[in-house]
Design a protein around this ligand. Structure first.
Ligand SMILES: Cc1cc2nc3c(=O)[nH]c(=O)nc-3n(C[C@H](O)[C@H](O)[C@H](O)COP(=O)(O)O)c2cc1C
Length: 246
């Protein structure tokens, strides 16, 4: 039996996560039954009703976009895994359309057509990757570029700043691969790293791994943009880039 926490009120996501953890603490046998379905259901409903997803970091993407567009033109490229998480989020209209792998191939029909990841690379003065998953972190460190986001990174002119905001489960964060991959990004590629921060994660683990707050990421992005003189001809490159929409 579980405490009747959800009988009369709609819980907040944090309540639901707390309850799930409490349930597992109080009912050690729950682990033999799998995830506590009542609380899992409550959590799902909570996310849906609040137009949120079950990845806390991705919930914050629209919020981050809103903060960034106060001082910059913003374009958003999504990985395939990120797409389900952004359903229902309200992005600023100026950031639309959201760009993805399919869009990259739709835009290219024949030799001479613009290639989206190259156009984005030409256009942008700063690349912010938030949240950055363990998977993409590893791929970046290895030079892999098998989707739109990673192709932008691989084609990036490293004279321009890249800001990465890792977000992952605490155990993934503590894994020795993470330190190794981050060292490549920071020391070899000159990327700026922000976070992660410690909190109770959506998977109910507690510890380092949550994406830094959008306001902190936006402030760091603004600082990087302000501190970086544009390379000669950068405006011309931006002006000639062919991007979808707008
Ligand atoms: C609900 C859910 C949440 C996830 N959250 C994270 C996360 O916060 N950090 C992470 O590194 N991977 C997370 N993963 C695993 C990634 O989705 C997976 O490694 C994927 O390959 C990442 O692809 P991408 O880097 O191209 O977005 C999550 C998976 C699921 C199903």
């Amino acid at each position: 039996m579980h405490p009747p926490l959800y009988k009369n009120k709609h819980p907040t996501c944090v309540d639901a996560i707390d309850a799930l953890v409490k349930c597992h603490d109080e009912h050690p046998f729950a682990k033999f039954w799998g995830v506590c379905t009542e609380y899992k259901h409550a959590l799902d409903q909570c996310f849906r009703q609040e137009k949120k997803t079950n990845s806390v970091a991705t919930i914050k993407l629209a919020q981050l976009a809103g903060l960034l567009e106060r001082f910059a033109d913003v374009r958003i490229a999504l990985s395939k895994s990120a797409k389900p998480f952004v359903e229902g989020l309200d992005f600023p209209k100026t950031c639309l359309p959201l760009l993805d792998d399919e869009g990259e191939w739709r835009a290219w029909r024949q030799v001479g057509d613009p290639v989206l990841h190259i156009e984005l690379r030409r256009w942008a003065d700063l690349l912010v990757i938030a949240p950055l998953s363990a998977d993409s972190l590893a791929k970046i460190a290895a030079g892999i570029c098998d989707n739109l986001v990673l192709s932008i990174v691989r084609a990036w002119d490293l004279a321009r700043p890249i800001l990465i905001a890792p977000a992952m489960n605490t155990v993934m964060w503590d894994h020795p691969f993470t330190a190794r991959h981050l060292a490549v990004c920071r020391d070899e590629l000159g990327m700026h790293v922000i976070g992660p921060i410690a909190k109770r994660l959506a998977c109910a683990d507690v510890g380092l791994g949550a994406m830094s707050e959008p306001a902190d990421i936006a402030a760091e992005a603004e600082r990087l943009l302000a501190g970086r003189p544009l390379p000669e001809g950068a405006d011309d490159l931006g002006a000639t880039a062919q991007l979808p929409g707008r």
